[in-house]
Design a protein around this ligand. Sequence first.
Ligand code: PMP
Length: 426
Amino acid sequence: MNLTNASQEQLQNLEQTLAAEFSTIKAKNLSLDLTRGKPSAEQVSLSDSLDGILKGNYTSKSGIDVRNYGGLEGIPEARELGASILGVPASNVLAGGNSSLTLMHQVMTVAHIFGLNGPESAWNKQSSVKFLCPVPGYDRHFSVCEHLGIEMVTVPMTSTGPDMDKVEEMLKADSSIKGMWCVPKYSNPTGVIYSDETVERIAQLGKIAGDGFRVMWDNAYAIHDLTDNPVQLANIFEACAKAGTEDSVIQFASTSKITHAGSGVAFVAASDANLAGFKKSLGFITIGPDKVNQLRHVNFFAEEGSLNAHMKKHAEIIKPRFASVLKHLEEAFGDNDLGAWESAEGGYFISFDTRPGLAQEVVDMADEAGVKLTPAGATFPYGNDPQDSNIRIAPTVPTVEQVDEAMQVFVLCVKLASVRQALKNA
Ligand code: PMP
């Protein structure tokens, strides 16, 4: 379907055909959902043996009675687990409760209000505090900034990560920029893996930026590969150590999309100084994390053989869903300019760009036909996609058949909205 050279008459005919198809689909009263970036029931079931795994043995190998208070940093074996996911020494990892988002919010709050390196380092000592947000990005990162009153400035994502020329330029020009959000592997939503050059340039940012600059390196999809030979993400911790900027990056991960999403273990990894600064404040918030659950996770992965073996089981469930989405997009838009997408090889999302000005309309039309999509604009700070073109597709929860059905509706909506726009502009 190529709209660029189509005559008015051809467009009108096309509009009628597609509108008729749309009416037929609407009459089916579908109820499908491509909004939720969470594991399916089948996926969480892979980890059900967590339940009861301790069999009454509550003492960790390191000799800790995990039932009791204490151990702010988490048990050593759980810190090792986080270290193996993030590629850092275990001594630089804190293993916490179930949510990395909570840890991110807490680190941001400490950095903003209390200071990670003493009260004078608090960002809010300055009249203006800004954060760089590569877009499209993860809406909950943006909500953290909004919650703390930190102004967000956008920078475009490219196929190799954030546009680093722009990032460097902005940091040189504005010392009130205190940090940047990053999802370096299978980025939410674009699926991009940051290139080695991008990682290296991010490790250098601490030299360009003003005092207190912190990259929030949210490696939520660090081991969520869908292929056997995944592209390796360069190690930011080592790159920073080499550049002498180890305080400028704070890393996060969790087992949310590895075991049970609501009852996993989350990790923060940081330089000695950052971790010490964070722990000082964390000690006012909690006496210690859920160490029983940490031990359950340690034992569970020991039984699974390896993290990798476990993640392969997830991949087998997710792969056909991704394949269905990509097949529909390729068939409908592979030979035209009605949409653009990255074919992600891991993570949870496929990001789709309509022609400018159509995302909201497509989301509304799909809703009318019984297919729920993530709200247009959600992938941008303040819900504002200036191009109104980005839509995040999350195919993990529905069955393969449901994904297939939902994608038929999706591509139809994109086509119909594009034809109507072309008619208006003709
Ligand atoms: N970071 C990213 C990039 C995510 O996509 C998600 C979940 N959608 C999270 C963090 C949430 O992680 P957690 O469950 O550990 O809070």
